[in-house]
Structures are given as structure tokens and as C-alpha cells.
Design a protein around this ligand. Structure first.
Ligand code: TXA
Ligand code: MG
Length: 338
């Protein structure tokens, strides 16, 4: 006989909360998400409120299986099919024309919807068990670094009584890449865990959205991109000039700030540690030979500086803008408010 499904199983409990119109924090392979039933307007509104997210920043809809895409989008263009075949399940979010059932509150008034099929067994089981697509932004208070561990989300939403479906540290640690294929040429709206280089093996000619400009004749609307993001509470600065010179540049900046009686923190790679010896705290992201590890440690490291709270300013090493280095530089630039 099949065992009755009860609340002692966190997955069942989480799915019940979603069905009832509540919020759940859940893991994905990129970062933790703050989820609600994507078809339920009131539930979607709760996300914006809990996260203090501006209502002009649309959410991503998460599905568990490719067949469920039709429930949220009006049609699936050929280009999207190719991307889906190559990258789903995985950290690629694709923009589609939305179905009427997707509330405008979720899409910030746009007639498009961002959809992703996460490569995470627990996330997919939750969506299947809930029986509805799950709308979810990253599980952090708006503007803060994303949560790569359940404890980060717990801290941000402390006191809000939101159920956390916890799992281990997220594998990739940086958010999905957001691509719009409804325009020609396709545009990367947010660099993320799937690099431009990987995408270009499948579809050619991709523009990367100029952070502050419209691209070509198109008004590329991804409103969330305008806000200051990923920022630790402590001021973060980046060295000027080429990434290759950044360790040397940082070493003179340490002295400059310390002369002004500021305690300096450095976020850098293991190989360049020697340049940072005079800093008051150094957090090592990983080896510069492994940008994936550096990316996966980025948000935790930014949060750690806040947690230790023993420096007045953080200087971050810069990275070449290729592969995941592009996404890392995007996050660092935004964290620095540039
Ligand atoms: O990895 C991820 O993508 C994580 C996990 C939880 O799935 N989610 C995430 O969501 O990072 P969020 O809300 O932090 O970022 C969603 C991004 C924003 O930049 C938003 O502007 C963009 O997707 N977006 C959502 N809907 C859009 C739409 N219809 N058109 C253009 N951009 C859209
Ligand atoms: Mg986010």
C-alpha cells in the first residue's frame, strides 16, 4: 500500500504551501529561489512584497518538464527549440510570448514571460508535486547578493516565516543566463551560468545587452537590470584598467585607503594573494585558472565580508570577460554600483 503523503516530508509540505498560495524558498542548481504558484496573482504579489522587489522587475517561471512549457507560453519559436534541446534542463532562461494565464503582475506588465527548467532534482520534484509552474526570483532581499546556501536566504527573510526547502550549497552559484530570442539578433539580457561562447555554438550572432542602452532599434525591456544589484553592505570598488594589472593596482589602492585610516578587504584569486598581504582581510574566491569555482564562491564571499564586518571598503580583483568571467564581471560591476 502506498504511504500517505504527509507534512513530515519537507517536499510534500513545501508543495502544499505552494498549492495554497504561499511562498517557499527552494534550491536550484544556480541560486536559491523564492517561489509561488505562477498562476496565482495574490501569491505572486507576496513574492514582490517579501523581497521588496520593485514591481517593474519581472519574475522567472520555473517548470519541471519540457511538456509544461505550453502551459505558460503562447508559442515556441524554432530558435527556442534549439536552445531547449541543448540547454534544458539547465541554467538558461528564455523569453517567450506569454499565455493569458500568466498574470501581468508576474511579468511586470510585459506580454512576454521568462521561463527556465532547472537542472535540480529537488526543484523539479517540488514543481511536479505542486502541480503548477513556480514563479521565483532569487531568494534574497532586492539588491543583496543572491543566496547560494539556505542559511543566506534564511538570514535575508528572517522573521517572515517563509518555509525553506533546504539542500546543500547550490552547484553553480551564479544565476541563469537570460536570453531574448524574440528579437533579431538574439540578445543576452543577463550574462549567467551559460556563457556566450556556449550559446554561440548553437545559435549565431548574439548581442549582449549594453547595460544602460537600448540595443539597436529594439527597446529591450528587462527592467530588473537597471537596479543596483548584488551589493554587500560594505562599499565595494573595482580597480581601474586592465584585469591583468588589477593585483598591482589593488596593492597600491590598499595603501591609499589605509593611509586614509580605512580598513581594507580584498576579494581575489589565490595566485595573487602575495599582492594583498597588507590588506586587513582577504577572501580568496579560488584559483584564477578556474573561473567556475570563482563564480560559485562570489555571492557567499560578498556576504562573508558583511558577516565579518571588519573592513570599511572591499576591493575586488577583476577578470577577463570570457566564459563565466563575463557573468562574474557583470555581478562585480553592479555590486560596485557602476
Ligand atoms: O538562476 C536564476 O535565474 C534564479 C533561480 C532562482 O532560477 N532566478 C533569478 O531570478 O535569478 P531574478 O528574479 O533574480 O532574475 C530574473 C531576471 C531579471 O533580470 C529580470 O529582469 C529578467 O530575468 N526577466 C524576467 N522576465 C523577463 C521578461 N519578460 N523580459 C525580460 N527580462 C525578464
Ligand atoms: Mg536576483
Amino acid at each position: 500500500m502506498q504511504k500517505a503523503k504527509d507534512d513530515s516530508d519537507p517536499l510534500i509540505k513545501a508543495a502544499k504551501i505552494i498549492k495554497k498560495g504561499g511562498l517557499v524558498i527552494f534550491p536550484t542548481e544556480t541560486v536559491y529561489g523564492l517561489g509561488a504558484n505562477a498562476f496565482n496573482v495574490e501569491a505572486v504579489k507576496k513574492i514582490f512584497k517579501a523581497k521588496k522587489q520593485p514591481t517593474n522587475n519581472p519574475l522567472i517561471v520555473h517548470i519541471a518538464d519540457k511538456k509544461d512549457l505550453r502551459k505558460v507560453v503562447a508559442n515556441v519559436p524554432l530558435l527556442a527549440k534549439e536552445l531547449i534541446d541543448n540547454f534544458w534542463p539547465g541554467p538558461l532562461t528564455i523569453i517567450f510570448k506569454k499565455r493569458l494565464e500568466i498574470p501581468l503582475e508576474l511579468t511586470a506588465g510585459l506580454d512576454t514571460v521568462a521561463v527556465r527548467l532547472p537542472n535540480h532534482a529537488l526543484a523539479r520534484s517540488l514543481i511536479r508535486e505542486a502541480g503548477v509552474p513556480i514563479a521565483a526570483p532569487s531568494a534574497n532581499i532586492s539588491g543583496r547578493p543572491s543566496a547560494t546556501e539556505a542559511i543566506h536566504a534564511k538570514k535575508d527573510f528572517n522573521g517572515k516565516n517563509i518555509f525553506i526547502l533546504s539542500a546543500e550549497k547550490t552547484r553553480l552559484g551564479i544565476e541563469s543566463t537570460v536570453i531574448n530570442i524574440l528579437v533579431k539578433p538574439p540578445v543576452i539580457l543577463r550574462e549567467g551560468a551559460v556563457s556566450r561562447e556556449e550559446l554561440e555554438k548553437v545559435i549565431r550572432i548574439i548581442e549582449i545587452r549594453d547595460k544602460r542602452q537600448e540595443v539597436g532599434d529594439f527597446k529591450i525591456i528587462s527592467p530588473g537590470m537597471r537596479h543596483c544589484h548584488y551589493a554587500p553592505k560594505i562599499k565595494l570598488v573595482l580597480p581601474q584598467g586592465d584585469w591583468q594589472n588589477s593585483p598591482k593596482e589593488i596593492s597600491s589602492l590598499i595603501e591609499k585607503y589605509q593611509n586614509k585610516k580605512k580598513r581594507v578587504g580584498v576579494l581575489g584569486t589565490r595566485e595573487n594573494y602575495q599582492f594583498y598581504k597588507k590588506a586587513n582581510r582577504v577572501i580568496v574566491l579560488g584559483s584564477k585558472k578556474n573561473i567556475n569555482t570563482c563564480a560559485s564562491n562570489l555571492f557567499k564571499s560578498l556576504r562573508d565580508f558583511d558577516r565579518f564586518a571588519d573592513v570599511d571598503i572591499i576591493i575586488a580583483e577583476t577578470f577577463p570577460e570570457k566564459d563565466l568571467g563575463t557573468a562574474v564581471m557583470d555581478r562585480l560591476t553592479r555590486a560596485a554600483g557602476l
